[in-house]
Design a protein around this ligand. Structure first.
Ligand code: DGJ
Length: 727
């Protein structure tokens, strides 16, 4: 047996699990409540044997596989990273073409390493190697103990005599066992983001994927949930939340094999993306994120939110700015005087910041609609003769911060940028251009374009150090994928995203916590790959509060409230109170003509912002509990409770507008202390109205959580916000 086939003595950089010794073939990757367990079998294959609730006796993981009497012709069904071209009969995790054209791969266990990162995170790295070719895969499992989150990715490297083509290389390859599996997936389009569907997975492969290049989740976001044996509810059932952390084409294959076990193979989409890898270079896949819960979806999302705030989101434990945006108030039609008037409106309203949207730039081809000017990032001299600096000055005089809209990855064909650098634009040399919103995407695989995009942001911030906020938009998909700078076109989709990340990385190195909103023609680019560079995201251009209840509900499973930008606009026919109450469950903003508000609406908005300032810390940093869902109940209800269990806020919305619809039953609260006494107060009351609830009534936490409270939602009280404070 060749040396590299031997199981090397386990290499511990640090070790902390006593049951991990002596060197043996079972590798439990544990978090506070769960374990993902790998095992090296007698043939040196690395197998995925378990992902679920942690066992109290860790030595028993070793026994798990023996209890499954399932035949396997190949020894690869439960491979932790299924290689193609040798014994494999199912969907592979990795498939390559070696330097000599051979397409076979086998991967044998070599060694493992455990690295302790701080007191909450452990990184397990397991090295696999091909016995014939000098080809290595390092599988990484990063376990966040308290949050029960595990991120997986692989690093591929070879030392062959020529280039190797990675025809496919997934981030993760899971193998799950249950009687049945239920998939909750999401689809959408512009203004229809995050539409859920839940179905039982049948045999064969269900693929979730996108091929749009940029804004990949316009049609299908890279998040999904798998429930085991029956669909999980908020509080019950076993469920695995999953997400590919990649802002480009992703693919997740859910293969129910002939043994009735579920294989999940997820990562970058191999569509048009066979990647050429030179010798001695690492190819690192994006992370695949999972969080398992045996206590229903509520617990999984609580953990995910905590993880996102602590480890992923920029400034996840910091503050956010309320704002007034001018997009729907003016669209492209504004000038200096109008904007300066809006600063005053922002000040009167009491928000922190004014956000100037699209339309402020370009001169030869002014940006007066979406057909021209994109790419020419100089202030439009007709609209803004004194430039951005003077606007910031004026806003500062009004005690308002100033933010700006950018779409730096894009170009209109009618622009100086396009005229000067046609080779910077993604298009096929011999085919007609094809546009999405009259624009094309810049070629971020080209380092010169990366420098250009970085400079747009850096120059603005250098010239205007008081610029306090950026909305980073991305409105087009990639058509006619092609770059003139590369011989090998199949690296293009992957290198585009790497180019984007490298620009964002440079921006974050220089401006580590500047608030930047991730926007993509609505919520078309929302994933944890992107969110590591952003403080917040725009869920949808659809701000009809009724629609938003559903979109925000689904997003709330995966993303914390502090990141969700919810704006009050003219969309929807609901009264102002309803709109504001919906926008409050996240980071609130406004996009309305303040001057057109009637006196009561204006007064209400102003009071609501002041009220929001007293509860926003609980919404942003507290735990979210979804109490009554908008699909099956007449009233949707959710609440945020701070970790000290002293303050909570509950939002209730009438969903069903049929005659007599109301909150007939009490709604049970969560996240409180049963022994504490709480005062319940209705807040956000519209001027001239009174709460129908008894003022300052107190309840025990026990009562609120076991019997519940009736917010008395009904026609005329279609949305009710309650503040719950320990007394
Ligand atoms: C799409 C965004 O989603 C909108 O909020 C707005 O910024 C427009 N782009 C501007 O073109």
């Amino acid at each position: 047996m060749k040396t590299f086939l031997k199981i090397y003595v386990l290499t511990f950089v640090f070790f902390s699990y006593p049951f991990f010794l002596p060197a043996q073939s079972t590798i439990p990757i544990e978090t506070k409540d769960n374990a993902l367990v790998l095992q090296v079998n007698a043939q040196n294959n690395l197998c995925f044997i378990y992902y679920g609730k942690k066992l109290s006796n860790g030595t028993e993981y070793e026994q798990i596989n023996k209890e499954y009497h399932q035949s396997d012709y190949t020894g690869l069904l439960n491979s932790a990273y299924t290689p193609a071209g040798s014994r494999n009969l199912l969907e592979p995790a990795i498939s390559v073409t070696h330097f000599d054209g051979n397409k076979s791969l086998d991967l044998k266990y070599v060694s493992q390493e455990i690295q302790t990162i701080g007191d909450n995170v452990k990184l397990f790295t397991i090295t696999l190697k091909d016995p014939v070719y000098d080809f290595t895969v390092r599988l990484n499992y990063k376990a966040y103990y308290k949050e029960n989150v595990i991120e997986q990715w692989s690093v591929i490297r070879h030392n062959e005599k020529g280039d190797v083509v990675l025809d496919k290389c997934a981030s993760a390859n899971l193998y799950l066992r249950a009687n049945s599996y239920w998939l909750r997936q999401f689809h959408g389009d512009w203004a229809k983001e995050m539409q859920p569907e839940e179905t039982m997975i049948t045999h064969g492969i269900k693929t979730l994927d996108t091929k749009l290049g940029t804004r990949p989740n316009l049609f299908q976001p890279p998040v999904f949930m798998i429930s085991f044996n029956k669909p999980a509810t908020e509080e019950e059932g076993s469920v695995l939340f999953c997400s590919v952390e990649w802002s480009g084409n992703f693919r997740a294959d859910l293969e129910l094999d002939y043994q009735n076990n579920l294989r999940i193979i997820a990562g970058i989409n191999d569509y048009a993306s066979a990647y050429v890898l030179k010798a001695k270079q690492d190819f690192t896949t994006p992370c695949f994120l999972t969080v398992f819960s045996d206590k229903g979806k509520g617990q999984a999302s609580l953990n995910l939110h905590r993880w996102a705030r602590n480890y992923k989101l920029v400034d996840g434990n910091g503050n956010r700015l309320t704002l007034l945006n001018n997009w729907e108030a003016t669209y492209f039609d504004f000038n200096e005087a109008i904007l300066k008037g809006l600063f005053k409106d922002a000040r009167k309203l009491g928000v922190d910041l004014f956000l100037l949207d699209d339309g402020w730039f370009a001169n030869k081809y002014p940006r007066n609609d979406d057909r021209a000017g994109l790419g020419d990032w100089q202030e439009n001299k007709t609209k803004l003769p004194a430039g951005i600096a003077s606007l910031i000055e004026e806003a500062t005089n009004d005690s308002i911060k100033f933010g700006i809209w950018l779409e730096p990855e894009m170009v209109n064909p009618k622009s100086e940028l396009y005229e000067n650098h046609p080779d910077w634009v993604i298009k096929q040399p011999q085919r007609d251009e094809y546009y999405f919103r009259n624009q094309l995407v810049l070629d971020l695989t080209n380092p010169k374009v990366q420098d250009f995009v970085y400079a747009i942001v850096d120059n603005l911030l250098t010239k205007n150090p008081r610029l306090a906020y950026i909305k980073w938009d991305c409105n087009a998909v990639i058509y006619n994928a092609y770059t003139p700078t590369q011989k090998n076109q199949s690296n293009f989709y992957i290198d585009y995203v790497k180019g984007l990340y490298s620009v964002l990385e440079r921006i974050r190195n220089k401006y580590p916590i500047l608030p930047i909103m991730l926007c993509s023609g609505g919520g078309g680019r929302l994933d944890y790959g992107a969110l590591q560079y952003f403080t917040e995201y725009w869920p949808s251009d659809n701000t009809d509060p009724y629609e938003r209840i559903f979109i925000q509900w689904e997003n709330s499973y995966f993303y914390p409230a502090i990141a969700s930008c919810n704006h009050v606009t003219d969309w929807g026919k609901q009264p102002m109170k309803f709109k504001v109450d919906v926008a409050m469950q996240g980071k609130m903003g406004f996009d309305i003509v303040v001057g057109k508000l009637n006196e009561k609406d204006f007064l209400f908005c102003r009071q609501a912002i002041a009220e929001y300032n007293t509860i926003k810390q609980t919404i942003w940093h507290g735990d979210l509990f979804r109490l009554a869902d908008p699909y099956s109940r007449k009233v949707a209800s959710l609440m945020y409770a701070d970790v000290s269990k002293n303050t909570a806020v509950m939002f209730n919305y009438l969903i069903d507008n049929r005659y007599g619809s109301s909150s007939a039953l009490p709604i049970k609260l969560k996240g409180l202390d049963p022994r504490k006494t709480y005062k319940v107060t209705e807040i956000n009351l519209y001027p001239g109205t009174k709460s129908s609830l008894q003022a300052d009534k107190t309840y025990s936490g026990d009562f609120l959580m076991n019997i519940g409270i009736n917010p008395e939602v009904r026609a005329g009280r279609a949305s009710v916000v309650l503040k719950i404070e320990a007394v």
